[in-house]
Ligand binder design. Structure first.
Ligand code: F0G
Length: 463
């Protein structure tokens, strides 16, 4: 088992041109310790590479497009296809890939009509191999873990990171250790980790408690941490932005709206946008906005009440368990990208999340609750006048509908808000619910049900 620093082996090759840079004191090193923190000031590190700025944007665009027609393992990955702007391992054989990325960009015709935004798109990261956006970062970080010779990789998670890490560890021949809050993650996500062979610990704490423990663990045991504190994760997640711009034929959207939990994804997308601008791949920045659940609104409070200067953590509570995080690790990175792109930060209620999730489901694509904050966040940003109806808006859907079937079933059966303070208010969501109907197995019963559905459809249409 290796206990060396990441750089000795991780950045390993003599050709490696990337470096680690502290986001606060800006000191640059060729190596990173196990906790991925600056040895000078203790803040988080990011990856930088002086060779990126000398890339020719026109050549990159055509190279990346051409790779979509090729069948080489690296080109089939929607992450490694963009390797000119990523840290690359010393040898291709270290790469751990499940053909991640290459996710669809959908139009949302119904939501376009209801919001009055004709150019509204969803970039569906739930269409990744393990069903969430985590795979894009995991392929890069798992590759560097493998190159460094680690036997064990580990993460704290609200479910998706653990599912993704377990899959990539399995593919890369590594063991994985998962720390999740007991009873606060969906069974679907937990079951993925089990099936992919992770050593799964359900800890009697919340996500923030799991992450704290992991930070201590990596200082004591030779395990490689794969949380989004690991800057290789964020490098892989940058590719969402590269691929999105390619899908829009390099026409920059006005807004990108993303859910915020531990704030790694918003940081990664923002980093990619800024790098694309510097290289000349785009000529202006979209505004990147972050939406949080009201019950897990640390970034909202940090910006509104502390001017983004220090973190105001919260005791997180939301049924959107993926973003049930009160002490986001990458808050400073997120504040920086929000400021750089001019984006906003909003919070949305549990009822609003449930409604938006049903609306996205009704588009035939679906998503998990945490992803749905983007649509309801858009409505708030429209109301505030921050987004204008004539602007182009991209919602980042981070997880697949199948990630949290309990939420979906509870919603449609009318049980989601039972016994909560929102129970009576939730009655207004009835028209979004499609509960299953239990019938005798007779033709008459089915025909009668069909006729009733037809009648209620036409009543709804007419008024
Ligand atoms: N959406 C989904 C579906 C997520 O799983 C997460 C985070 C987020 C949004 C928020 O992204 O943390 O980068 O701001 N899930 C993590 C996990 C924390 O452990 O799976 P973020």
């Amino acid at each position: 088992m290796s206990s060396s620093t990441t750089s000795e082996k991780g950045s390993g090759s003599s050709q490696a041109t990337f470096r680690f840079r502290c986001i606060a004191c800006r000191s640059i090193t060729g190596s990173a310790a196990q906790d991925f923190r600056c040895t000078e000031c203790g803040n988080l590190l990011e990856i930088t590479d002086s060779s990126w700025n000398s890339r020719n944007p026109t050549a990159l665009k055509s190279l990346w497009r051409e790779r979509r027609t090729l069948n080489e393992a690296l080109d089939l990955s929607g992450v490694w296809r963009f390797r000119e702007l990523l840290p690359v391992p010393a040898s291709e054989e270290h790469v751990v890939t499940l053909r991640e990325g290459n996710t669809p960009l959908y139009e949302l015709p119904q939501s376009s009509r209801s919001t009055g935004v004709p150019r509204l798109y969803a970039k569906h990261q739930g269409m990744n191999p393990t069903g969430s956006f985590k795979d894009a970062g995991m392929t890069v970080a798992a590759t560097f873990a493998r190159q460094a010779g680690y036997r064990w990789v580990a993460c704290a998670s609200t479910g998706n990171t653990s599912a993704s890490m377990a899959a990539y560890a399995a593919r890369g021949g590594m063991r994985s250790l998962v720390l999740v809050p007991d009873g606060k993650i969906s069974w679907s996500k937990l079951s993925q980790a089990l099936d992919y062979g992770a050593l799964t610990c359900q800890l009697r704490t919340d996500f923030d408690g799991c992450l704290r423990l992991l930070q201590e663990l990596v200082r004591r045991a030779p395990v490689y941490q794969l949380n989004s504190i690991n800057p290789f994760r964020l490098e892989g997640q940058k590719t969402l932005a590269f691929e999105l711009l390619e899908q829009l034929d390099w026409e920059t959207p006005d807004h990108i709206i993303v859910p915020g939990g531990n704030l790694g994804n918003s940081s990664a997308i923002g980093k990619a946008l800024i790098e694309m601008l510097e290289i000349g791949l785009i000529s202006r920045l979209p505004k990147l906005s972050v939406i949080q659940a009201e019950g897990a609104n640390a970034l909202v409070r940090t910006l509104r009440e502390a001017g983004g200067k220090h973190l105001l953590s919260v005791q997180a509570e939301t049924r959107a368990t993926a973003i049930r995080i009160g002490n986001p690790a990458s808050w400073e990175k997120a504040v920086k990208v929000l400021q750089a792109t001019g984006g906003a930060c909003e919070q949305v209620s549990e009822l609003e999340i449930a409604q938006a999730k049903a609306e996205i489901g009704a588009e035939g694509i679906g998503c998990e609750p945490a992803s749905a904050v983007t649509l309801t966040g858009l409505k708030k940003l429209l109301k505030r006048g921050f987004v204008k109806p004539e602007e182009t808006v991209v919602l980042v859907l981070t997880g697949n509908l199948l990630k949290d079937p309990d939420f979906t079933m509870d919603f449609h059966r009318g049980d989601l808000f039972r016994g909560t303070a929102q129970e009576s208010e939730s009655a207004r969501l009835t028209s979004f619910r499609h509960p299953p109907v239990v019938l005798d197995a007779t033709l008459d019963a089915v025909i009668k049900t069909l006729e009733q559905a037809e009648k209620s459809d036409s009543t709804q249409k007419n008024g």
